[in-house]
Design a protein around this ligand. Structure first.
Ligand code: ATP
Ligand code: LTN
Length: 334
């Protein structure tokens, strides 16, 4: 008999802090859809993580449901992948607590996301913002994930997850799988259209800095026309041309063309023509997503059915790891 090869487990999450940006899509969610054909995938809405920044309760509730619908609209198929909402599965917070007792203050203090976010929200540097990576480690380790597809900004959190899992395993034996980050070579860090030295982010106050995946075609075109470039005219990928490099990266991710092909196609043409081509490629890529979202977001019953089923399965799968970890540290498991 043929031996059954166990599929690798993929897991990732996204915060419901707004409509996903083109950066979220290229750097993360687009890869998630592709991976579900080959691997066993779990994707979730990280609503507990979003509480580290103050949220309006009624807005957050709507955003969580919208984010869930967006995942499906981007091609995540609940028949193929485990899709759920983090706060529906209580094992995450519980393993998070356990792991926090194996985490040093010093290592959390070194996290660049903590430093950036505490500078941006100086009036609310809460303990959750500080221990954010511990909850993220719990998310990943509960499902014994082999690979975690994320953008480049999450690399340090993945390294932390590997450290904490290795430390725990060294004390208690083989409890957690050590996960690998999966960061694509191109598009792992899409930059703001207004400040190409800054990451494109859905919580940017400058609305022209990011393209949301539900933006209307004319809005997308205008944002690209206004994108900050430089005082030269040549469409070439070169150090120092941060704005053009970013637009070329986006265009390459939308069309599959290499940088050399793009340079050749736009030889002798100016930035104006190029910006229009980039905008149009994005409009076409996002069109079916917007149409899917319009349809799905109206079907509340279907969405509820999907996230309820997802939560039940996630609870069952993750409880196995949680119980193992609890026993190992000496808690009396009933
Ligand atoms: P926020 O602005 O609320 O911090 P965000 O836009 O940074 O949100 P997250 O929910 O933190 O988005 O990230 C979801 C996924 O998208 C992560 O895997 C992250 O690495 C990836 N990602 C975020 N921004 C970018 C970007 N500009 N380019 C590529 N990938 C990105
Ligand atoms: N920190 C991530 C969101 C996130 C996540 C995870 C990603 C929370 N838990 C587990 C991968 C695996 C972010 O995108 N800012």
């Amino acid at each position: 008999m043929e031996e059954q090869v166990k599929k690798k487990v993929i897991l990732s999450g996204i915060q419901p802090t707004g409509v996903f940006t083109l950066g979220n899509y290229i750097g993360a969610v687009q890869n998630w859809g592709k991976m579900q054909e080959e691997f066993e995938c779990a994707y979730f809405i990280a609503d507990l993580h979003s509480l580290t920044v103050r949220q309006d309760p009624s807005v957050l509730k709507k955003r969580a449901l919208d984010a869930f619908a967006l995942l499906l609209a981007c091609g995540i198929d609940p028949e193929k992948s485990l899709v759920f909402i983090q706060s529906h599965v209580n094992t995450h917070a519980e393993l998070g607590w356990l792991l926090s007792c194996y985490t040093q203050f010093g290592e959390l203090s070194r996290m660049t996301q903590f430093k950036d976010k505490s500078a941006a929200h100086a009036d609310n540097i809460n303990a959750g913002l500080f221990t954010y990576p511990v909850l993220m480690a719990a998310d990943i380790l509960l499902y014994q994930a082999d690979m975690v597809p994320v953008g480049a900004d999450q690399k340090q959190h993945l390294e932390f997850t590997r450290d904490i899992a290795t430390r725990f395993n060294n004390i208690y034996g083989n409890v957690f799988k050590i996960p690998e980050p999966y960061i694509s070579k191109s598009g792992a860090r899409i930059m703001s259209l207004q400040d190409p030295l800054k990451k494109m982010s859905k919580s940017d106050a400058n609305l022209n800095g990011f393209v949301s995946i539900l933006d209307e075609p004319n809005v997308i075109m205008n944002k690209f026309k206004r994108a900050v470039t430089d005082s030269e005219t040549e469409v070439v990928f070169r150090e120092g041309k941060d704005g053009i490099n970013n637009l070329m990266t986006i265009y390459s991710c939308m069309t599959g063309l290499t940088m050399e092909q793009i340079e050749k196609d736009f030889e002798g043409k100016g930035y104006g023509d190029f910006k229009i081509a980039v905008g149009e490629s994005v409009v076409e890529k996002l069109r079916p997503i917007r149409e899917n979202f319009d349809r799905l977001s109206k079907d509340k019953k279907y969405l509820e059915e999907c996230y309820t089923k997802g939560a039940e399965l996630a609870q069952r799968v993750s409880s196995r790891t949680l119980n193992k970890a609890k026993k190992k540290v000496g808690l009396l498991v009933k």
